[in-house]
Every structure is written in C-alpha cells, then in structure tokens.
Design a protein around this ligand. Structure first.
Ligand SMILES: Nc1ncnc2c1ncn2[C@@H]1O[C@H](COP(=O)(O)OP(=O)(O)OP(=O)(O)O)[C@@H](O)[C@H]1O
Ligand SMILES: [Zn+2]
Ligand SMILES: [Zn+2]
Length: 833
C-alpha cells in the first residue's frame, strides 16, 4: 500500500467504526434513559466524536443530544435514522467528562441526560428550530390574494429567517395548513439551531487603504461632507481595528456618516467575538507570594510532591482558622500551573466574595476563570468557553466548577470541605468531594480537602490512612486562638436580665465601641426564625401549605408573617386566632430584632445587617462587607453567611446570640454542624495583631458540641463524635440513602413510601450492614401543599446495594407518578429534609 492508500484505508476504518453513534438525548424521563443509535453519514465521520453535540430525530421531534460512543452494529439497521446536524466544531464534552456523566448517573441514580446537563453551563442548551423553505412556488402562488396561503407565501419570501416556531406562536391556526403543505411537498422543513446564549459580538472598523489611496479617497469626498472625511481620517490614523462604538463616540459620527465609506470599501466592518468578563480584568498590581511559615511550607511540600507524582492522591489539609490555608492553595496552584497542568479551586458559594476572587485575579491575572451562580447565563457561558478553549489554567468557583472541562488537571482544592453547600440538592445530587476524587483518578490529579473543622467522614478516612493528612496547628503570626466564653442564658434570666444580650456580651460590645475596634454578631438560626406564639394558649402561626412555623417580618412599619419555604404571606394577627386573646408575641430572634435591640442599647453604634433580606441584589453582599472593612460600621450582624472565610483585622469580639438552634434539628449531624459553625465563627476574631474574644450565649452550655467548640478542640470533638456515630451506625461507618415520597394526597404519599420500604426490605433481606429505617414523615412533612414521607436506608458500600436500590427506585418512581406525585432519592444524603 502506498501513502494515499493507507490514508484511504484509515479513513474507511474510521467510517466503518463510526457507522452508528450512541446518543443520549435531552429527555430526562427514566423510560428513555439509555443511548439511542443514529447513523453517522459517512462524510461526517471525521467531525463526529465522543462528546459531540448533535441534533437528532426523536419520534416526531428533533432533539439535542450528545454522542457518548460508537458502534458498528445495531438491532434494527433499517429503522435507524441519520443524525440531523452536528452542533459544534469542537465537542463541548471531553471524553473524560462523558465517562464522568456515566459515573454520576450510576452513583447518584439520576438519568444520563440529567448527568450530562449538569456538566454544561446552562447557556449551552441550544434550541432546535425549524425553517420552512418553499419548494413549489407555483402551487402556493395559485391562491388568491388575501388568503392565508398568500400571507404565508409573502412571509416566507420577505423574511425567510422567521422560524416555524415563531410563525406558529403568532399564527397558531396555520399549523394544519403548514403540515399539509409539507406533506404535499410544497414546503420543505429545514432544521437549524439557535444557541440559547449567543457569543457576544462587537463591530470593529478598520481602514484598509494605503497612504496614497487615502489621499485619493479624501479628495474624492465632497468638501461639504466634512464629517465623512474626519471619520475616514480617524479610522486610518488608528492604524488597527477599533470598536465602532468607541469611534462614533470619539468623532461624533453616526452610521449615516459611515455608510458611504463602507460602500466605497474605504472602511471595513469586522465582527469580533468578545468574552464577557464579570469582574473586569484587574491589571496592574500583581500580588506576590508571601514567605511561608514552617507549617505552611510543610503543607505546601506535601501537596507539591503529590501534584508532581501524577498519581491520584487526596490530602486533608487540617489547619486551624487563620492558619493561612489560602496562601498554601495559591502557591500550590502556581506550582501546578508551572508544571503545565490545570487547577480547580472550589469555595462555598457564600464565601466566593469579590475579595476572594480578587486574590486569585491579582496573583494569576487572566489565567483565572470564575464560576458561580450569581453570574448571568451569558457570563457563565463565556467563562466556560474560556476554560474549554484552553485560554485559562485555573478555575475558581462554587460546587459545579468541579466539572471544568480541562484536559489535564493536576490539582483540585476544596476549601471549607465540610460545608453542606458542596452537596447538590437537585439531580444529580452529587457531592463535590466525591466528584473531585473521581476526576482525580481520571487525571492522576491531587485533591486537597481544606478545613479547620473537617467533615467527620474526611477526618475518619485520614485516620484510616485512606487519604493523607497535613496539619497547620497554629495561626500565621502565632496569634492565639481567641478565648471563648460560654454564657448560661438561663442564669441571666434568673438574674432578671430579660435582654437578648448577656451582661458579658453587653460589656464586651461597650469596650470595643470605646476602643474603636469592630464586632461581629452572629445569629445561628438555621431553620428556626422568629415564630409567632400566643402566650395564653400556645397557638403557633403556621403556613397552611407547609405546616412549618411562619416567620415574623417587619418592613416599613408593616408587620407580616411569611413562610420561608413557599413564600406564603399573611398579616401579623393582632388577636390570637384560637383564643381571641391579645397575647400574641413573636419569639425567637431574627436579625431585625437584634438590630432593633442594638439600636436601643447602643444608640451610637453603626450596624450593618447581613441576611437574605439585605443581600438579594447582585453585589449587595460584597458591598456590605466592603463597607464594614472600611469601618463605616462597628458592628456586623448576620446569619450563617458571615460565619466563614471573612478576615477583618480590627474585629476583636465575636458574639453568638444563641448557640442552640442548629442543635435541635432532626439530623444526626446536628452536633457536628453546631461545632463547626461555632468554631468557624469564633475563628473570625483576633486574626491579626489584636487579640480576640468570643462570647457564646446558650441555654444548654453543657452540650458536648458547645463545650468542645469553646475549647476549639477539633480532635477531641472528633474522638467523641466518632464513637456516637459508631454506636448509632451512622456515617462514616454506614452511608445513607433517602427516598422521599411526595404527593398532595397524604395517603398516596404514605402508600408509596410504605411500598418502597417493603420492597427494599425484601430486596435486601439478610444483607449484612444494611439497615432500613421505617417510613416516617419527613422533617419538612409538608412543603408547598404536598405531603412528604421518607424511607432511609443505611449500608456499608453503595456498590453492594446499588442495583437493588436502583430497581426499586425506578419502579416505584413510576408508581408515584401514576398516583400524581413523585419519588426522589438522595444517595449519600448529607441532610435529610
Ligand atoms: N505566610 C504568611 N505570612 C504573613 N501573612 C500570612 C501568611 N499566610 C497567610 N497570611 C495572612 O494570614 C491571614 C489568615 O489567612 P487565611 O485567611 O488564609 O486563613 P485560613 O486558614 O483560610 O483561615 P479560615 O479557615 O479561618 O478561613 C490572612 O490575612 C493572610 O493574608
Ligand atoms: Zn391564643
Ligand atoms: Zn409554606
């Protein structure tokens, strides 16, 4: 064989192997949760790959799908239809992401389509569109003027870009007519796609003329057209293409001035793609590395050698609050990038402050892409394309950034790895830590799990030697961890202090205000806000839909009760609806009430309140923090969202209004969460020169989670809690999966849950390490008018029960659907609600 023959043979080989593409279509229904076969037209063999996005016929519809493999055989070749369209030049999914999608659907029991969608930015989804083309114009023009047929003909001739969908949405009555014309062959349907989000284009202008040509052109322009001359000369002088918008602004010219110049070809238009940069490129002051402390150096070395080894490794970086984990991350990432590999940095959504992003931008310039939920779909899409196109080496982002389409990952870091926001609450219900470890195996990459208070599972694996562990036990400048005082609020009450501030906290605040230092007040109120209770009869106002207590809100003097799950709202009752008494009071403590009380007790102090109500707008969160940093206020008051990551030099006092509300959640992780929260909040104090103090108020000061948090002794807490977990057969000794059956009809919801329980017991009977908990009302037993029941199962390894769980889930999900409800499943559930 000569060269050409060999090439031909190779080509034919490709064509033969790519006879049929296996395609996952975008339908999420379980019934079609498998790849479908489509014929690859031989001439397309070179441009269809694993990961390519295609348009395919699916029943009467045209759907988008992804190629996940190829085969040379299919069951019914005569029935197999060809692909309609290849949607991108370069496949959006890399091969390893296609593999990851398949793992996601196995591990978290979601459909393959849902898994694929999770890997892509939302703007990626294209809309399939149909255009109509006239094939037989005579047949159409035979109609009389004024008839719909002629109207259609005019429309098609005058604006051929109108899609069939657009046409039908304004003239739905045309549907039968169009269908019959297509059947008769008068019209033809052409398929096209519209990207849901378009790349943003900007028009540039350039002058292609030489010096002499320019002179000639200027002479040719009538002397009265002064503007035209000026514009031409200006564009020429620029020497390179510049945005039309800017040129117009500089010269005062308009498109009318430009038109004749374009027609003569003296100025040329050029469409250029721009990428939306949500943060703007911060040029200039690049921040340099800090010299590392001894324990930072030690941690860095450990991570560095793991990255260099190209073997998949996971390392727990356990560093106390203020030990300088961020600097270790930054330097490890720099080393990773220098060695030609890419890095992913995950931070909890609410810790992803501009301050945090800025650090990365300053250190790495435009090598960094940022991904988080507050970006617009267009911004997300652009950042994603910068990653896919190999323009950046580093991604900083929330949870889903773990799917960054990098080719060669060297390092993935999860900061505050214990955070619950790393579990996705919608399908696929993945845990970022597990995805990172899977990708780590694919890429031979290192995963770093950083925290001062690691998840119990993570710490246990390190104890077992399944993952590595490095410690950073001291703060960077050797500052002491802040002193924590726990105040027994029951005693305060006995001593007739009815205020929400204990004497100690009040005194602490006074001192700081005098010294011009700053204070953070933290309100722990996960799931428990201000509720309304009648002191005479005990009536509690509840949401008629969800049955959870309503939350008291006061805005512009207007008192309202709101359900913070479904948004239901009603007026605050002046009289008790039950006993008609007038002793209805709001209880519990909302940030607003603390703010009011602060205003009363410390009338001169400036307070910044941060909670869901004050941080809804884009950038509001950042702005409030910035104002606090600039010392516009002495007190920062907030909820969970101020618990982590913040680093303010002048904060010397942190107050926790009440430690308990997270302690009484119906969740075996309640103690762990309370410990983590208190330790993290305490860690905000005294991080710089000034020593810090923490005051925690509690009605249960003897609880072990509070006692260990007081001493900030993670290891001691771990030792204690791990025994509790072992005794109760809870993670890390077992994993949990939770089925939730939801229905408007309580009996139906319960019936499905009972069936699930029964089926699971039968399927897994006698299986070692398996525990099936009885059907129970979910902690959120009624949500948005629907009843919810849970069935929780515990098992050793998911692999050993996965097949049975999947079967039962799929069958029962069908049954739940038939009954007008649904069944969901959460594998490796982190919080059962
Ligand atoms: N080697 C160093 N030399 C001097 N300052 C440092 C060094 N490393 C970190 N710092 C500073 O120490 C402070 C605390 O660091 P950082 O915020 O990274 O701590 P952390 O371990 O992430 O704590 P937390 O878990 O509370 O978020 C920061 O102000 C940081 O700039
Ligand atoms: Zn009452
Ligand atoms: Zn509600």
């Amino acid at each position: 064989m000569n060269g050409t023959d060999r090439q031909m043979a190779a080509l034919w080989e490709t064509v033969r192997n790519k006879r049929y593409a296996e395609v996952i279509v975008e339908v999420r229904a379980a019934e079609v949760d498998r790849p479908f076969h489509y014929e690859v037209p031989p001439s397309w063999a070179q441009c269809v790959h694993v990961g390519t996005r295609v348009l395919v016929p699916f029943g009467p519809r045209k759907l988008e799908g992804y190629v996940v493999g190829f085969t040379s055989e299919t069951d019914k070749p005569e029935k197999t239809k060809p692909l309609l369209e290849v949607l991108d030049d370069e496949p959006p999914l890399t091969e390893d992401l296609v593999e990851l999608a398949s793992w996601l659907s196995e591990r978290y029991l979601c459909t393959k389509a849902a898994a694929v969608q999770a890997l892509l930015p939302s703007g990626m989804r294209a809309k399939a569109t149909t255009y109509l083309k006239i094939k037989d114009i005579e047949a159409l023009s035979a109609f009389l003027p004024g008839t719909p047929e002629i109207e259609l003909l005019d429309l098609l001739q005058n604006s051929p870009k109108t899609t069939k969908e657009q046409m039908l949405s304004s003239r739905p009555e045309w549907r039968p007519m169009i269908r019959s014309f297509v059947e008769q062959g008068v019209l033809e349907e052409l398929y096209g796609v519209k990207q849901a989000i378009q790349a943003k284009m900007i028009t540039y202008l350039i002058c292609p003329l030489s010096q002499e040509q320019l002179q000639a052109a200027l002479e040719e322009i009538s002397p009265r057209a002064k503007k035209q001359k000026e514009l031409l000369a200006h564009v020429y002088d620029l020497g390179e293409a510049a945005p039309m918008k800017d040129i117009f602004a500089e010269t005062g010219a308009s498109s009318a001035t430009l038109k004749p110049l374009l027609e003569k070809g003296w100025v040329v238009k050029e469409e250029r793609e721009v990428l939306r940069d949500p943060y703007g490129v911060q040029h200039g002051e690049r921040q340099t590395k800090l010299p590392l402390t001894e324990s930072q150096q030690n941690a860095y070395n450990e991570i560095r050698s793991a990255v260099d080894s190209d073997a998949p490794r996971t390392i727990l970086l356990q560093g106390v609050t203020g030990s300088g984990k961020t600097e270790v991350y930054l330097q490890a990432i720099a080393a990773c990038v220098e060695s030609g590999k890419q890095a992913v940095m995950l931070v909890p959504e609410i810790a992803l402050t501009p301050q945090m992003v800025e650090q990365f931008k300053k250190r790495f310039g435009d090598m960094v892409a940022v991904m988080h939920s507050r970006l617009s779909a267009g911004e997300k899409f652009d950042e994603w394309r910068r990653i896919r196109g190999g323009e950046v080496e580093i991604v900083v982002g929330a949870r889903s950034a773990i799917f960054a389409p990098f080719r060669r990952i060297g390092l993935m870091i999860i900061d505050e790895e214990h955070e619950t926001s790393y579990k996705q609450d919608d399908h696929p219900k993945y845990l970022a830590r597990e995805v990172a470890m899977y990708r780590g195996r694919q890429h031979g990459a290192t995963v770093v799990l950083g925290s001062a208070t690691p998840a119990l599972e993570t710490r246990w694996w390190a104890h077992q030697g399944q993952i590595g562990r490095v410690e950073m036990p001291e703060r960077v400048r050797g500052q002491k961890l802040p002193k924590v005082r726990v105040i027994d609020m029951r005693l305060e009450l006995r001593e007739r202090n009815h205020s929400m501030f204990s004497k100690a906290l009040k005194k602490g605040i006074e001192e700081r205000l005098e010294r011009g230092e700053q204070i953070i007040l933290f309100l722990n109120r996960r799931g428990f806000a201000t509720f309304v209770l009648c002191r005479s009869c005990g009536f509690v106002a509840r949401c008629p839909e969800c049955e959870i207590p309503l939350t008291y809100h006061k805005a512009r003097g207007y008192e309202q009760l709101r359900c913070h799950y479904c948004g239901y709202a009603e007026r605050n009752p002046e009289q008790c609806p039950d006993c008609r008494g007038d002793h209805v009071r709001h209880f519990g403590t909302g940030t607003q009430r603390v703010e009011e009380e602060l205003g009363r007790v410390f009338p001169d102090a400036k307070v910044i309140r941060m909670d869901v109500d004050t941080t809804t707008g884009k950038g509001a969160h950042a702005e409030l923090l910035q104002r606090f940093r600039q010392k516009e206020a002495q007190i920062l008051l907030g909820t969970q969202m101020i618990a982590k990551g913040l680093d303010f030099p002048d904060v010397t006092l942190v107050g926790v209004i009440s430690a308990e509300s997270s302690l009484y959640l119906p969740d075996f992780r309640a103690a762990e969460r309370t410990f983590q929260l208190l330790t993290q909040v305490a860690g905000r104090a005294g991080r710089h020169e000034l020593p810090g103090e923490v005051v925690v108020q509690s009605y249960n000061p003897e609880h072990y989670a509070i006692q260990f948090a007081k001493k900030q002794e993670y290891e001691a807490f771990f030792q204690h809690e791990i025994r509790v977990r072992h005794a109760m057969h809870n993670p890390p000794f077992r994993e949990l999966a939770a089925f939730t059956s939801v229905n408007e009809d309580e009996d139906k919801a319960l019936a499905v849950a009972r069936r699930v329980e029964e089926r699971m017991r039968r399927e897994l009977s006698g299986r070692e390490e398996v525990i099936i908990l009885g059907t129970s009302p979910a902690p959120l037993s009624r949500l948005q008018g629907k009843y919810r029941f849970n069935v929780v199962i515990k098992y050793g390894r998911f692999k050993t029960v996965g097949a049975e769980v999947r079967t039962v889930y799929q069958e029962m999900a069908q049954e739940a659907k038939k009954l007008g409800g649904y069944l969901s499943i959460d594998v490796n559930a982190q919080m059962i609600l």
